[in-house]
Design a protein around this ligand. Structure first.
Ligand SMILES: Nc1ncnc2c1ncn2[C@@H]1O[C@H](COP(=O)(O)OP(=O)(O)OP(=O)(O)O)[C@@H](O)[C@H]1O
Length: 697
């Protein structure tokens, strides 16, 4: 890993609060419950999760954040990494003396979340390669001339493999004449980098195993965690935040991960990790420690100073005992591990310890001096997070979506079988309807065509929501981690899904049309097939919209009937729409089922003659399906589908922009310029004073 510019993250009086429902007061009923009133408003109060934190995380060091459950460790990390935005933040944050925020820090930092979200059908090796391709590390990302794209034998780097990384071809290289060679070299570099990360994180054994999820077992929890760390490691971000990177790992793996964090920090990077119960060996590898309790700092400083500090509070650490355990048991819980004490005891204890730290300790003074006199090295653009060009994102994501679909082959097979099954079912139920009496023909054709319109629309919705709901969380996490932009993701989903949405209705139409005995006419068969296709595509758009709007399948299934049943009721068969309740009649104009059904009915019945008697046109008048032609009805299905498709895109856009911490919303360019600018003048003076450069006069 390359050495990097040292970045010091400092914060002063950093507080974070959320609004929570107020606890009952004396105004409430005696039993503590508030009397319900239609005019009463819920009362909210501020809950402070972090209170007046002042501290700094130094470059080239591993800082561990320790503290009891609920002390605010994850919140602090999320706040600094720009992923916490539900509440109100006050205080100041700086990076190398430049004013910063969580949003701007996100441009510099990699973040390993507590819950690793990786696409379940990806293999470990693919997940790491994806990170290298889509978030190229500095050396890999600078656009180069084609000649310099590959330079394995560059004498300038002395053959050092770490300096010999191959640049992935910039977007233009994929299009130029020699694209194949450059692509293969770029691919070679990625393979090389992936192999290095796999070896470093002990993942070679499982590199070709899929990540898996709760429904399909893949790699183990520890391997998953190490894969998530490796994904961030390969980006070579100058700052790395990790939320419980060792939880769920065995002692050996946890120690291995801590060693790797130490190695990363040794390249000048700032590594901050929330750790739960570090072993003595892990503890020895940590450089700095922050202990939090009830959202306040109880200790922040060098690891070696922790034991001495708690001894000054009256808690000497016995020989051979683990200092981390000692701090938890003796200091934070007052030595009586069997008795947790009440919540107010814990709060009072935390207040005492935090006050002792802030008001009387030398350590807090040293921290304040560090905050006042920070590292001021310039922040240049090479340190910011990069993404690959949209063309490469699209190319990669399309390939991944295709592989994902292939690996979920069972789902595709079921969908294909379903199309054939329903085609066969409807065909056999209404077999050879054209030979039946006219009244039976009318009823059977109308029923079969209505069923066709409904199934084509509904099955498509269900298949999309099923697939996409699983991927939604992955998309949000990957988008936030800077892997790709929404346009590339949305386009790749459509490129892979659309052919399936065309093939399925063709299978259905080919089977059902001839079995049903609809009019023997190639043109009419084509119209029937096209109507099935557009209904499928329209269903696909509605499925995307539902999956983008709602977080999980349960919510979607609760919302689906509210949207679908009015479409069904006003689909043209169940209600004579021309004579329905006037103020509800508009529903027919937004029902894709109605347009699809009407197109198919007109296709079958206009000019339909049985035994020389024209029966079709009079029937169409009777059922009152409106004056629009077949073509206009098909276009209307397309228009509704396109509107739903655009709404799905906007819903995803809203999902990604949600929250104030998003760098894009806060204008990444502006944030970047602030960080690249000069340090806060107060630090310049502070540093001069510290160096004795000021004139006392
Ligand atoms: N949005 C929120 N609304 C209400 N309370 C919250 C919210 N976010 C966090 N909290 C509360 O803030 C406290 C700190 O949460 P946080 O997740 O930071 O703790 P933690 O130290 O990381 O705990 P653990 O070690 O168990 O993961 C908890 O009591 C939690 O319930």
């Amino acid at each position: 890993m390359q050495q990097t510019t040292p970045l010091q993250i400092s914060f002063e009086d950093l507080s974070y609060s959320v609004k929570v429902r107020a606890r009952p007061t004396s105004d409430d009923d005696q039993d503590g419950k508030r009397r319900w009133s239609p005019f009463g408003k819920s009362r909210y109060e501020d809950k402070f999760i972090l209170q007046s934190l002042t501290g700094a995380f130094r470059p080239g060091r591993v800082t561990a954040i320790l503290g009891p459950s609920g002390s605010g460790k994850t919140t602090l990390l999320n706040l600094l990494a720009g992923t916490e935005n539900a509440g109100t933040t006050t205080g100041r944050i700086w990076v190398n003396g430049r004013p910063a925020s969580g949003a701007s820090l996100r441009l510099l930092a990699g973040f390993v979340h507590q819950d690793d979200v990786i696409l379940s059908t990806q293999t470990v090796s693919e997940a790491i390669t994806m990170s290298i391709i889509l978030r190229p590390p500095p050396l890999l990302s600078v656009p180069q001339s084609p000649e310099t794209i590959v330079n394995h034998n560059n004498p300038q780097n002395g053959g050092d493999i770490t300096n010999d990384l191959v640049l992935p071809a910039p977007a233009s290289a994929y299009r130029t004449k020699g694209a194949k060679t450059k692509h293969s070299h770029a691919g070679h570099a990625n393979v090389h980098e992936t192999a290095r990360a796999l070896s470093l994180f002990g993942l070679e054994k499982c590199q070709h195993t899929v990540v898996g999820d709760t429904s399909e077992k893949g790699i183990s929890g520890g391997e998953r965690k190490r894969t998530a760390i490796a994904q961030e490691y390969v980006t070579q971000a100058p700052v790395l935040f990790l939320d419980e990177p060792t939880s769920g790992l065995d002692a050996h793996s946890a120690l291995m991960v801590t060693h790797q964090l130490k190695d990363i920090a040794s390249t000048g990077r700032t590594v901050v990790a929330v750790l739960h119960q570090p072993s003595s060996e892990m503890f020895e590898l940590i450089d700095d420690i922050m202990v939090l309790s009830e959202g306040r700092i109880v200790y922040l400083g060098e690891r070696s100073g922790l034991v001495d500090y708690v001894a000054t509070l009256g808690y000497p650490c016995a020989m051979y005992s683990n200092p981390a355990d000692h701090v938890f048991n003796a200091v934070l819980f007052g030595n009586d591990v069997r008795h947790m004490g009440s919540q107010s005891d814990a709060v009072a204890r935390a207040q005492l310890l935090a006050d002792a730290w802030e008001e009387r300790s030398e350590g807090a003074k040293a921290v304040r001096a560090l905050v006042a006199c920070p590292e001021l090295a310039p922040i240049d653009s090479s340190l910011f997070r990069r993404t690959s060009p949209p063309t490469i994102q699209l190319r990669y994501l399309t390939r991944r979506a295709f592989l994902n679909a292939v690996r979920n082959r069972l789902i595709i097979n079921i969908r294909l079988a379903q199309a054939a099954f329903f085609g066969l079912l409807i065909g056999l139920i209404f077999l050879n309807t054209q030979h039946r009496p006219v009244a039976v023909q009318r009823q059977n054709f109308a029923g079969a065509l209505f069923f066709t319109a409904v199934t084509q629309f509904l099955l498509s919705i269900l298949s999309v929501v099923n697939v996409f709901t699983h991927e939604r969380t992955v998309f949000v996490r990957e988008w936030r981690s800077g892997y790709y932009g929404l346009p590339a993701y949305f386009a790749s989903k459509n490129i892979v899904e659309l052919p399936i949405q065309v093939i399925l209705p063709i299978i259905y139409a080919c089977i059902s049309y001839w079995l049903l005995g609809l009019r023997h006419d190639g043109g009419r068969f084509l119209i029937y097939t096209v109507t099935c296709i557009v209904l499928n595509l329209c269903g696909f758009s509605f499925g995307l919209l539902l999956a983008s709007l709602f977080r999980n399948m349960a919510t979607i299934l609760a919302a689906l009937p509210a949207m679908f049943l009015p479409f069904l009721l006003f689909g043209g068969l169940l209600v004579n729409t021309g004579n329905s309740t006037v103020w509800l009649r508009w529903l027919q104009w937004v029902s894709p089922i109605k347009y699809g059904y009407t197109a198919m009915m007109k296709n079958q019945f206009s000019g339909y003659v049985v035994d020389g008697v024209p029966v079709g046109d009079s029937y169409l008048e009777e059922v009152d399906l409106g004056p629009m032609s077949i073509g206009v009805n098909i276009i209307m299905v397309v228009v509704i589908g396109l509107l739903a498709w655009a709404a799905a895109y906007l819903a995803l856009l809203h999902l990604t922009y949600k929250g104030r911490g998003d760098p894009i919303k806060n204008n990444a360019k502006k944030l970047q310029m602030e960080l690249e600018g000069p340090p806060d003048p107060r630090f310049l003076n502070g540093n001069k004073e510290a160096r004795g450069e000021t004139n006392p006069a």
